[in-house]
Design a protein around this ligand. Structure first.
Ligand SMILES: Nc1ncnc2c1ncn2[C@@H]1O[C@H](COP(=O)(O)OP(=O)(O)OP(=O)(O)O)[C@@H](O)[C@H]1O
Ligand SMILES: [Mg+2]
Length: 122
């Protein structure tokens, strides 16, 4: 369970720049999940994360939603470190739909509030 930093501010209106900078994360273990990931996604850009089951695709989304803190590195949205914004404002800006092997996240999707339960598309 992550908590808001005492100095956390709401994430303002976002353009949608997402940067993973040297991000590592292993669910508390010593290694083997996300290792030194660098990724920049521009506003409006659509990307696909492709990999075998267990490669870490969902973990990337979990980190963007800050369900876990990075063990190393940081994630920025429009230059703001997500560890320094309130979790409510972060998640209000991210829409997630999961279904089987489909997982997408988009920024600025206020009309699709984040839902903790996987949503069936059909
Ligand atoms: N809550 C957790 N605690 C500990 N380890 C976890 C947890 N969730 C995932 N893992 C491990 O982290 C690794 C990455 O898992 P992740 O769910 O991100 O893979 P994925 O690429 O989304 O796989 P899939 O295609 O099956 O959805 C796997 O080795 C998995 O066992
Ligand atoms: Mg997954």
């Amino acid at each position: 369970m992550v908590s808001d930093d005492a100095a956390a501010k709401p994430l303002g209106t976002v353009k949608g720049n997402i940067s993973f900078e040297n991000v590592s994360f292993h669910y508390g273990k010593t290694g083997g999940v996300i290792e030194d990931l660098n990724l920049h996604i521009k506003p409006g850009e659509k990307i696909g994360l492709v990999g075998r089951s267990g490669a870490g695709k969902s973990t990337v989304i979990n980190l963007l939603l800050r369900f876990y803190d990075c063990a190393d590195g940081r994630i920025l949205i429009d230059g703001q470190d997500i560890a320094m914004v309130t979790q409510d404002s972060l998640r209000a800006n991210i829409g997630v739909v999961t279904h089987g092997y489909l997982a997408t996240a988009s920024l600025g999707a206020r009309e699709h509030p984040y839902t903790t339960a996987p949503m069936r598309l059909r």
